[in-house]
Design a protein around this ligand. Structure first.
Ligand code: SAM
Length: 459
């Protein structure tokens, strides 16, 4: 061990010494390999959206073994320069964390109501929303105000419409949504040791004290939200750190104190995953990706008080029923959606979960619900930008105008476009067949309707 310590310290002057020592205590000789791996280049990976049929990256790709839509990239492209990135065709997601898919497949029915409690910026939420598809409902929550808008943007761009983005505390879920969720993901804020080769700040902020504080905060979060999980429901707990305090010890505490069974997760031995006493570890020297830890627990099924949901007495009425046929015509499956009006805006959300979503809207701070469909303008109704991102958009409902890459980037910078041969009025702009958003041809130019807050600021 002493020999390893010497070699490692020489190799990794940038890593906190106390971290290296704590890993040696925890892992023994294997710590040396982990420490060395933390000084190599991080891996870049993406997960494709079903929006996109073909992968169009210019670089060689290799598949992430535990997620069918996951790919490693041999180099990191400048994603900002790819219009498909802005159209939500893929998410730049750390490969290890895509393993959540395996947990879902093994324990969660797609027709489930799932809470992603610590969701921003939305990597795992977009994965869950894809898994649930049109059968389930995802509540994607972020407690930190500044982070909730990027979460909402990423959810809208992904385009599934089965997601409600909320901004609430774990306690508010525990107290107001008792026994509502079939599954909850707590991807907890942590000390970030698994991000050390990507994130300089994580290295600089690390200390034994920070680890202790994170572990305590994680327990508080778990305790506060626990009541929201149905008896018999699945809690997925994950972190991007290596230490036992925040991982296995918290899971052991959860199982004993809150009352749950730790569940086995199947995996292929060739994937390089390390099975602990409680949960599964992704170490960068063994599994291709950054550091990650995940565990699944099933809550004891001994409290059988069904959740009480009261439908709000006065659900919002449709203000302008004459617009309904117009808006329904924009959708591939109009009968799948409930449509709600608020002020001048019409929102579409899953009809299957209408009662639950209407009730949740009275309990929680909802930032976005399903997708923005229409907006009253003058004496008519215009589509909202979110409609162009949703997979249920009926593209033929609007004249499609294909753009080159340069034109697309110009549109995404919210510049006015000068294009010949475009029909007057509202058009849907596309890039490689994928919708980017709307514009309005007013004769001498196209007015750019891309949301200002999403525009590309720096190229
Ligand atoms: N799941 C996200 C993803 O896949 O993109 C990453 C989540 S990140 C590891 C943890 C999140 O927890 C952060 O967005 C952070 O703002 C949030 N958070 C911080 N303190 C929290 C608390 N006390 N309760 C709940 N969430 C918290």
């Amino acid at each position: 061990m002493q020999k390893n310590m010497y070699l490692c310290k020489k190799f990794v002057s940038m890593l906190p010494v106390e971290f290296i020592e704590s890993m040696h205590q925890q892992m023994g000789n294997e710590a040396g390999k982990l420490i060395q791996a933390l000084e190599t280049e991080p891996v870049t990976s993406i997960r494709l959206n079903s929006k996109l049929d073909v992968l169009t990256f210019p670089c060689d790709t290799d598949e992430v073994p535990w997620h069918v839509d996951g790919y490693y990239l041999s180099e990191r492209p400048q994603f900002t320069l790819d219009p498909l990135f802005h159209a939500g065709c893929y998410y730049v997601q750390e490969a290890s964390s895509m393993f959540i898919q395996q947990v879902l497949e093994q324990y969660v029915d797609p027709a489930s109501v799932v809470l992603d409690l610590c969701a921003a910026p939305g990597g795992k939420s977009t994965l869950i929303s894809e898994y649930l598809g049109s059968e389930g409902l995802l509540i994607s929550n972020e407690v930190v105000r500044q982070r909730v808008f990027i979460l909402s943007e990423n959810i809208q761009k992904w385009g599934n419409g089965n997601t409600v983005v909320t901004h609430n505390t774990p306690t508010e879920f525990g107290e107001r949504c008792r026994h509502i969720f079939d599954c909850m993901l707590v991807d907890a804020p942590c000390s970030g040791e698994g991000m050390f080769r990507k994130d300089e700040q994580a290295r600089n902020e690390w200390s034994p004290r920070a680890v202790k504080q994170c572990a305590e905060r994680q327990r508080r979060i778990l305790m506060d939200v626990w009541d929201a999980l149905k008896p018999g429901g699945i809690l997925i707990y994950s972190t991007c750190t290596f230490n036992d305090e925040e991982n296995e010890k918290n899971v052991e505490w959860m199982a004993e104190t809150l009352g749950a069974d730790v569940m086995p997760i199947d995996y292929d031995p060739s994937w390089g995953i390390t099975e602990g006493n409680y949960g599964y570890h992704f170490y960068p020297h063994k599994a291709k990706g950054e550091g990650f830890y995940v565990c699944a627990l099933r809550k004891y099924d001994d409290e059988l008080n069904p959740a009480k949901i009261k439908t709000p007495k006065n659900p919002p009425a449709m203000q302008h029923p004459e617009y309904m046929p117009v808006m329904r015509n924009w959708l591939q499956h109009p009968d799948s959606w409930a449509i709600r009006y608020s002020d001048r805006f019409a929102t579409a959300y899953p009809l299957k979960y209408k009662e639950l979503i209407d009730w949740m809207s009275t309990q929680l701070t909802c930032i976005s619900t399903g997708f923005g469909l229409g907006e009253e303008r003058g004496r008519g109704i215009a589509p909202q930008h979110c409609l162009s991102m949703t997979k249920d958009l009926r593209k033929e409902a609007f004249p499609n105008v294909p753009l080159t890459r340069d034109q697309a980037l110009s549109y995404l910078r919210t510049e006015a476009l000068l294009l010949a041969g475009v029909p007057l009025g509202l058009v849907l702009l596309t890039y490689e067949g994928v919708p980017l958003g709307f514009a309005k041809n007013v004769g001498n130019r196209l007015n750019n309707l891309y949301p200002n807050e999403w525009r590309i600021r720096h190229l």
